[in-house]
Design a protein around this ligand. Structure first.
Ligand code: SAH
Length: 235
């Protein structure tokens, strides 16, 4: 056999001999750890549970095949249907602001790829997530099932009205931007609960808000930072 062909056959059979000599899964895990260090911990995210979740969830399995190499970049990525998976730092920031606890029940509006749901699912009791684009909801449901994530329920629908059958929630995360905070989401928040939501028009910079409902039912709003999310749509 020609020596070049022999080399080709051997290199295909033996992953260690390919490229930089690393197993692809190890390489992606290394990129993920690097993402947590350089994009998330370095920007002030401290909650050890959130950092561990960001290291654990394989973000590259939540993006289209042609985006796998970019999955750990410091930016949002397209996921089809004109929608995006949020930038890793924003996912970590929203998760930390929500102060997840093991007994918490979470509503997410805007399932998208299912990545944010998977990240917070590891830190709470159950996640109910709504997606207005049916094929995205179906894809996210299948993806979460194949990853063995059992405590996320995905439903197709307009999250503007929340999910009254499962309310009230300890945490509500909204990952599409409405022009104003939907009143139903405030209603469906438990006293002591946290709502993390980008608010504003598509054309302006939106503002990420943390809205807490006090034990006696009053609202306390904290203005966190400027963000850019896809607009919240209406049915
Ligand atoms: N959390 C997602 C990112 C979502 S992008 C992730 O981790 O990948 C925002 C998503 O919100 C889009 O998929 C969009 O279709 C969805 N969306 C927009 N308006 C909505 C509405 N009214 N109700 C539910 N989902 C909505």
């Amino acid at each position: 056999m020609d020596i070049q062909i022999l080399w080709l056959v051997l290199s295909l059979l033996t992953p260690r001999w390919r490229g930089d000599g690393q197993d692809p899964a190890d390489r992606l895990a290394a990129l993920r750890n690097q993402m947590v260090e350089t994009q998330i911990a370095s920007r002030g995210i401290k909650d050890p549970g959130v950092l561990a979740a960001m290291r654990r969830v394989p973000r590259h399995l939540f993006v289209p095949d042609f985006e796998v190499e970019n999955a750990y970049d410091d930016r949002p990525l397209p996921i089809g249907h004109g929608q995006t998976i949020s930038q890793p730092y924003i996912v970590a920031l929203m998760t930390e602001l929500a102060r997840p606890g093991p007994a918490d029940r979470v509503l997410e509006v805007g399932t998208g790829s299912g990545y944010q749901a998977a990240v917070i699912a590891g830190l709470v009791s159950h996640v109910f997530t709504m997606e207005i684009v049916e094929p995205l909801a179906d894809q996210a449901r299948a993806r979460l099932a194949s990853l063995g994530v059992k405590n996320v329920t995905v439903r197709t629908g307009d999250g503007y009205s929340g999910w009254p059958e499962q309310a009230p929630f300890d945490i509500i995360l909204v990952t599409a931007a409405p022009e104003r905070v939907p009143p139903a989401l405030i209603e469906q928040l438990k006293p002591g609960g946290r709502l993390v939501i980008p608010v504003g028009s598509v054309y302006d910079l939106q503002e990420l808000q943390l809205i807490e409902k006090t034990k006696d039912g009053r609202l306390r709003t904290e203005h966190i930072t400027g963000v850019r999310f896809v607009p919240m749509r209406r049915k």
